[in-house]
Design a protein around this ligand. Structure first.
Ligand code: PEP
Length: 254
């Protein structure tokens, strides 16, 4: 199904085993009422994908995907999973380029591009994450970094697929720090990111692209962030781990 606005995405990172996943969903699904037109997507750890899929069976209002895939399709890569393995669990989405993958695991733009290609080939809907560090921001390099990350990834995927990509702008200094970009910061960075997307695709595709904001989103700031120009939804880490908190974000209850 084509993603719709607003889009609420939950990145659980290395949290929630299969038992905790089921417990979370028992609590979340009773609170979560479909909001008109919204898309809600979770990214549980790979080991919990199966449990997630079983728990949301029959709930068309909740989708889920993989946090990461290997850039190759199969082979001797101990500990890795491939994009083609994910759909058997019911997963339909995939993240690529999250800043934690870039810094902790060395994913560079070419690797991120290859992962996007594998996700598309497997029929998954990718989200490309981009964002600058505090040092880069303070050095006035916001546009340069976003341009490199967007162009680097888009150059690796076929032109026909670029219009289907979903993006997340996540300033690294706002991830897990409690420090949120102001709505004005988010609007400014989104305008820059959209310009970079337009330069790699075209004006129409860039205007249509779904572009999420991520970085210390919580119930108290969701309304202001969603109201910012060019923000089509959010990618949430910490505040997505608690059912009431993420249900409040999805409901837009500040
Ligand atoms: C993230 O990791 O994608 C994220 C946005 O985390 P947090 O909401 O905890 O800052």
């Amino acid at each position: 199904m084509a993603p719709t606005r607003p889009l609420f995405a939950a990145n659980w990172k290395m949290h929630k085993d299969p038992v905790e996943t089921r417990e979370f969903l028992d609590a979340f699904l009773t609170r979560h009422g479909a909001r008109d037109g919204a898309t809600v997507v979770f990214f549980p750890p790979a080991i919990s994908l199966q449990a997630f899929g079983e728990s949301v069976a029959g709930r068309a209002d909740v989708e889920f995907g993989v946090q990461d895939v290997h850039e190759e399709t199969h082979g001797a890569h101990t500990g890795a999973i491939s994009a083609s393995m994910a759909p058997a669990t019911g997963a339909t989405w995939g993240l690529a380029g999250h800043s934690e993958r870039r810094t902790e695991f060395g994913d560079d733009d070419a690797t991120v591009g290859a992962k996007l290609s594998r996700l598309f080939e497997a029929g998954l809907q990718p989200i490309l994450c981009v964002g600058e560090t505090l040092e880069e921001r303070e050095a006035g390099r916001l546009e340069e970094v976003l341009r490199r990350q967007v162009t680097g990834a888009l150059d690796s995927i076929g032109a026909a697929r670029r219009e289907d990509l979903v993006y997340a702008y996540e300033p690294v200094w706002a991830i897990g720090t409690g420090r949120t970009a102001t709505p004005a910061d988010a609007a400014e960075a989104h305008a820059i990111a959209r310009r970079c997307i337009a330069d790699s695709t075209n004006e129409q595709d860039a205007a249509n692209a779904i572009l999420l904001y991520g970085g210390s989103v919580k119930p108290s700031n969701i309304d202001d962030l969603l109201a910012a120009e060019g923000v089509d939804g959010v990618l949430v880490g910490g505040a997505s781990l608690e059912p009431a908190s993420f249900a409040a974000i999805c409901a837009g209850e500040g």
